[in-house]
Design a protein around this ligand. Structure first.
Ligand code: SF4
Length: 83
């Protein structure tokens, strides 16, 4: 599972990786938690999701289909409820 900038960012935001500091750490965590037969599809999905929806500066959470599974979004929602 090659970890480029999109995969690294999206995996961290969603919570698929846990406080990984390097692409190699992210790769190890993803490989450990994604079934082997789905690794290739997951890789492409993470890249495309990072390129078009979960973009670097301002993720498009309002149009994202996985808000209920996303750690970043859940934390964002908690902050909005508090403030
Ligand atoms: S909800 Fe937002 S932060 Fe989470 S994956 Fe979707 S676009 Fe990214």
């Amino acid at each position: 599972m090659p970890v480029d900038t999109h995969v690294f960012r999206v995996a961290a935001r969603i919570g698929l990786s846990n406080q990984a500091k390097t692409p190699l750490e992210t790769e190890k965590q993803l490989v450990q938690n994604i079934p082997e037969h789905l690794l290739s599809k997951a890789h492409h999905w993470l890249i495309l999701h990072g390129r078009y929806t979960c973009v670097a500066r301002k993720p498009k959470c309002e149009t994202c289909g996985i808000t209920t599974a996303c750690k970043y979004y859940q934390n964002l929602s908690k902050k909005e409820v508090i403030s």
